[in-house]
Design a protein around this ligand. Structure first.
Ligand code: SF4
Length: 148
C-alpha cells in the first residue's frame, strides 16, 4: 500500500478514495485504537441527529472506542464496531455523513484488527484478575486466618 500511486483510479482499485485529498501521516508509534477513538468522537459530536443510524451508530461506536481506550474494552469490541459501521451506510441516512462516520471504523479495524482485539482481551483479563483477587480477599476463612 505504501507504493500505491495517489490517483483516482489506483485508489478506487485498492478499495479506497481520495476524499478531500487531505492526508494524515501516522508513524508506528501512534496508538491506532486511540486514533480511531479520536476520529469517532468527532463524528459522534458532529452528527446532526436527524437519522437514527447515524445518530445512534456514531455514538455507539464512540462509546465502544472510549471503553477500549479507558481500560474497559472487550475482546469482541472489534467485531461489534464493524457490525455497527456496516449498518449505517447504504442509503439509510439523509446525507453522506453516515457513510463518512462508518468508513474510518471499517478501515481501521480491517487493517489493524489484532490491535483492537489485543486491547479488549487485555482489559478483560485485567478485570478478571482483579475480580478474582477481590474474591480471595473477601473469603471469610482468609479473613479469620488474618486475624490470628
Ligand atoms: S446522516 Fe447527515 S442528516 Fe443524517 S443524522 Fe447524520 S449528519 Fe444528520
Amino acid at each position: 500500500m505504501l507504493d500505491l500511486p495517489y490517483d483516482f483510479d489506483s485508489l478506487t482499485a485498492a478499495g479506497s478514495m481520495s476524499g478531500s485529498s487531505a492526508i494524515i501521516v501516522m508513524d508506528d508509534s501512534v496508538d491506532i485504537v486511540e486514533a480511531l477513538a479520536n476520529i469517532s468522537e468527532f463524528y459522534a459530536h458532529e452528527s446532526c441527529g436527524q437519522c437514527t443510524p447515524c445518530r445512534e451508530g456514531s455514538l455507539w461506536m464512540s462509546k465502544a472506542l472510549h471503553r477500549l481506550t479507558h481500560g474497559e474494552g472487550r475482546a469482541g469490541d472489534a467485531d461489534y464496531l464493524v457490525k455497527i459501521a456496516d449498518n449505517i451506510p447504504g442509503g439509510r441516512t439523509i446525507c453522506a455523513f453516515g457513510e463518512a462516520c462508518s468508513w474510518p471504523v471499517q478501515s481501521f479495524v480491517a487493517k489493524f484488527k489484532d490491535e483492537f482485539v489485543a486491547r479488549g482481551t487485555a482489559d478483560e483479563e485485567r478485570r478478571a484478575a482483579a475480580a478474582k483477587s477481590q474474591k480471595v480477599e473477601a473469603t471469610p476463612e482468609l479473613a479469620m486466618a488474618a486475624d490470628h
